[in-house]
Design a protein around this ligand. Structure first.
Ligand code: NOJ
Length: 503
């Protein structure tokens, strides 16, 4: 087992984490200042969303230089310090790597678009219009159903962009692109980074014929449909680069394919990704049958591939889990108990440990082209406005930010934050939860149950998805943790929506 099998990752969206220079945008020094908090919380590894130089059309997922830091976030020296200070505390750090596309302001694209003869022309995907004047194919953007092609007047050809026109897709079929991108990995590996979250990695390979998407699936956009053999060959090369370095550097792929069986193929024969996101958990309704099916399918597909699953309930692209569960306190605690007791590496998104809700963004404050501002509202550190920021931040706070503030919850042993921390501590100290297998997965009406085990150590988890209490009087084992209002209760009755772990 490698360190990342047993780790809990904490995703930091730097713009909204902690600001130290008063410009309303979080920065790397802000992350460094909060390392004590993260250590106290008990997470093992940090995933830092992009801090590279960027015109910020997609808030950093449009990179104009992979080997530097945008001044709004700080400097390379700040990143070096963050890595070193985290390591001193026994925490690992991974960064986002955005291989599918660059910013249109990246030097490579500037050169590529300058003429059809430019040596970097083929670094991006250029096509003529069809003879009838129509676009090269029917691919649409998942965000706004606009075409994935933009005409560049200088050379009269279209370029491909699976996201914004400001994010042209790189041509991974070109060996020089692959070599250049491998060097961007080495740049950060040489600085001591522990690995990468790889943005929409399943998109880097393209069917060379660029065939039309099926008409009846156009509404989903091209991104969740791109699943081609080319990508697997590139992933093997990428793995070789990481393995040039000691210390089990990890790759975590954002494979936005909405089937666990498809996701599992991106681990290859343990020669592609180390880990991959499995986003069905963000979309699965809070129902015992649905979760049973998802866990069953995930376990089956990943065991077959000898792959270690991941679990996630929130991130910077999706509505926060607390909002999906309508702010119901017991359900939110049960969701955390589920996340942190399944087999696989859990990913926690900043603010999730506070039970933070999505923000309602007034129209004049909307900044994201993909309508995701609501899950990116700033962390409320202190109770009093501006909640530990030096003024109004780049996005407004979610409603009731004072109620969720770290300062308030930190001192309250009955708070959601204290519950979350206890769950993290329990996972860290219980081998079966951290590294163990999963067995005895069952659904009985609205009651989901499973066991985690290592050797002869077993723990048993029940999640009551119903609005009715459930009695588990056949259990004589002590309670390790429960998500009801009184976590120290040894009652055998599960309250509505309550979850429990027996040792
Ligand atoms: C997935 C990232 O999570 C999202 O924030 C970004 O907009 C797209 N990839 C494009 O890079």
């Amino acid at each position: 087992m490698a360190w990342w099998h047993g780790a809990v990752f904490y995703q930091i969206y730097p713009r909204s984490f902690h600001d130290t220079n008063g410009d309303g945008v979080g920065d790397i020094k802000g992350i460094i200042e909060k390392l004590d908090y993260l250590e106290w919380l008990g997470v093992d590894a940090l995933w830092i969303s992009p801090v590279f130089p960027s015109p910020m059309a997609d808030f950093g997922y449009d990179v104009s230089d992979y080997c530097d830091v945008d001044p709004v976030f700080g400097s390379l020296a700040d990143m070096d310090q963050l890595i070193s200070d985290a390591h001193t505390r026994g925490m690992r750090v991974i960064i986002d790597w955005v291989p599918n596309h660059t910013s249109e302001e990246h030097l490579w694209f500037q050169e590529s678009r300058s003429s059809r003869e430019n040596p970097r022309r083929d670094w991006y995907i250029w096509r003529d219009a069809n003879p009838d004047g129509s676009l090269p194919n029917n691919w649409l953007s998942s965000w706004n159903n606009e075409p994935d092609w933009t005409l560049d007047p200088t050379t009269g050809q279209y370029y491909l962009h699976c996201f914004l026109p400001q994010q042209p897709d790189l041509n991974w079929a070109n060996i020089n692109v692959r070599r250049a991108m491998a060097d961007t990995l080495r740049f950060w590996l040489n600085r001591g980074i522990d690995g990468f979250r790889m943005d929409v990695i399943h998109l880097i390979g393209k069917d060379p014929a660029l065939p039309d998407d099926p008409e009846d699936l156009l509404f989903v956009g091209h991104v969740p449909l791109n699943d081609v053999p080319e990508t697997h060959a590139y992933l093997k090369e990428i793995r070789e680069v990481l393995k040039e370095y000691p210390g089990d550097r990890v790759s975590v792929g954002e494979v936005y394919l909405l089937e666990p069986e498809a996701v599992a193929t991106y681990y290859g024969e343990r020669d592609e990704l180390d880990l991959s996101f499995n986003f069905m958990s963000l979309l699965t309704p809070w129902r015992a049958q649905s979760w049973h099916e998802l866990i069953h399918r995930t376990e089956t597909a990943h065991l077959r591939a000898e792959a270690w699953p991941t679990w996630v309930l929130s991130n910077h692209d999706n509505q926060r889990v607390a909002s999906r569960l309508n702010g119901d306190p017991t359900r939110i605690r049960s969701a955390a108990l589920l996340l942190l007791s399944l087999r696989g590496t859990p990913f926690v998104y900043q603010g999730e440990e506070l039970g933070l809700l999505n923000g309602d963004i007034p129209p004049e404050r909307v900044v994201d082209p993909g309508s995701r501002d609501g899950c990116r509202t700033p962390m409320p550190w202190n109770v009093a406005y501006p909640h530990g920021w030096s003024g109004e931040p780049w996005l407004p706070f979610a409603a009731d930010a004072d109620r969720f503030a770290v300062e308030l919850q930190h001192e309250d042993s009955g708070s959601y934050l204290s519950f979350f921390r206890q769950m993290l501590l329990l996972r860290r100290s219980t081998e079966a939860l951290r590294w163990g297998g999963l067995t005895a997965l069952r659904v009985d009406g609205d009651l989901l149950s499973y066991q985690r085990f290592v050797g002869d150590q077993f723990v048993t988890v029940y999640v009551n998805f119903s609005r009715e209490p459930v009695v588990l009087d056949h259990h004589d084992r002590p309670v390790l943790m429960r998500s009801g209002d009184d976590w120290s209760s040894s009652s055998r009755e599960l309250a509505p929506s309550e979850a429990i772990i027996f040792c």
